[in-house]
Design a protein around this ligand. Structure first.
Ligand SMILES: Nc1ncnc2c1ncn2[C@@H]1O[C@H](COP(=O)(O)OP(=O)(O)O)[C@@H](O)[C@H]1O
Ligand SMILES: [Mg+2]
Length: 335
């Protein structure tokens, strides 16, 4: 499956995105094509959890990967950034700076991960060391990637990063241990670490789901601000349609809807969130914000909608907006 909504010389789709802002020859930050991921089950058979997914990520653009728990969002994001879970078989390509992250050595990957690709975890406690002061952890990341020269420069950059993520008393916070600050602040510190080397791409995997709703909203807004300031591409993963609308709030931002390891709808956020075509997307939207299903819970999706075999590759329904169709319709060319 290729990403029919992205721009660029390989795309056959009409030139949909933000015409006039970036010439098509400007490369994508990361270009994932036909990515499949399988795991061997206990019986020895391979089961496919990500199925021929293509998505290109452009700088200053948010791409939301939206889907219920277990649909394959995390496995996809980890796989295309060279961090596939142990035991995964990954096929396809993920081109970053003319290199395929699915093929290069671990050593080469280490120079990219945490440096040119920043990761914001779901739970900041998983990425922060509880035994070390916050400032020291940020400085260590800067030094690891050789981004600063000397202690004073490292300290100044660390304070600058904390200020950038809206921490008002950065000198004091830098001396704190992670448990001495709030969960929202810990997540903002994790974001500071993710952006410390000016990444081309930030991957944020459900960054607000471990936080209280209002704190989570501020973290999401912060990421949105940073994309403008730092000109990064953002891959933002969520199961929450309200959060998707919050982060994908600019005309070029996109939403990709994942169901059982496949993208079933992809387009600009305004198209997908306001003019959804796929029944799964519609079910997610109907469940939000004040419908029958409470925020964050799953919509009831009919079995035929879930069936992986039932849906085609994306078929354009309007410029920049592709939707998977039931196979018999797709084969008959019904758009
Ligand atoms: N290390 C693993 N080994 C085997 N199966 C896995 C592994 N990690 C994830 N999976 C399976 O892959 C599917 C997708 O998982 P995941 O990407 O975590 O979903 P999501 O992030 O959308 O909630 C799930 O069925 C999950 O059980
Ligand atoms: Mg996940």
């Amino acid at each position: 499956m290729t990403d029919t909504t992205r721009r660029g010389p390989k795309s056959e789709a009409p030139d949909i995105a933000r015409a006039g802002q970036l010439p098509p020859e400007v490369p994508l930050a990361l270009d994932a094509t036909d990515v499949s991921v399988s795991f061997r089950s206990t019986g020895g058979r391979w089961s496919t959890v990500v199925d021929r997914v293509g998505l290109g990520f452009e700088r200053a653009q948010v791409t939301v990967l939206l889907g219920e728990s277990g649909s394959g969002k995390t496995v996809f994001a980890r796989s295309i950034t060279g961090m596939a879970p142990f035991g995964a078989r990954v096929d396809g390509t993920a081109i970053f700076d003319n290199r395929d992250l699915l093929k290069i050595s671990r050593r080469a990957l280490r120079t990219i991960q945490g440096d040119r690709i920043g990761m914001v975890p779901q739970d900041p406690n998983s990425s922060l060391d509880p035994m070390r002061r916050i400032g020291g952890q940020i400085i260590e990341t800067l030094e690891q990637h050789r981004r600063v020269d000397g202690r004073d420069a490292a300290h100044a950059r660390m304070i600058e990063l904390l200020t950038l993520v809206h921490i008002h008393d950065p000198e004091r916070v830098a001396r704190c241990y992670p448990h001495e600050v709030s969960g929202g602040m810990r997540q903002r510190i994790a974001i500071a670490i993710a952006i410390c080397c000016d990444p081309e791409l930030i991957v944020a995997d459900e960054p607000s789901s471990a936080l209280d709703a209002s704190v989570g909203v501020r973290v999401v807004q912060l990421l949105g601000d940073l994309r403008d300031r730092l000109n990064t591409a953002i891959l933002f993963i969520t199961h929450d349609i309200g959060i998707a609308a919050l982060i994908a709030n600019q005309p070029g931002d996109r939403v990709a809807v994942m169901l059982s390891g496949r993208i079933v709808e992809l387009g600009f956020a305004s198209q997908v969130l306001h003019n959804a075509h796929h029944p799964y997307t519609r079910a997610l939207i109907a469940a939000e914000p004040s419908g029958e299903v409470a925020r964050g819970q799953l919509a009831v999706v009919p079995d035929d909608v879930r069936s992986q075999r039932y849906w085609s590759e994306l078929i354009p329904v309007e410029p920049g907006h592709g939707v998977a169709k039931p196979l018999e319709h797709a084969e008959a060319g019904v758009a």
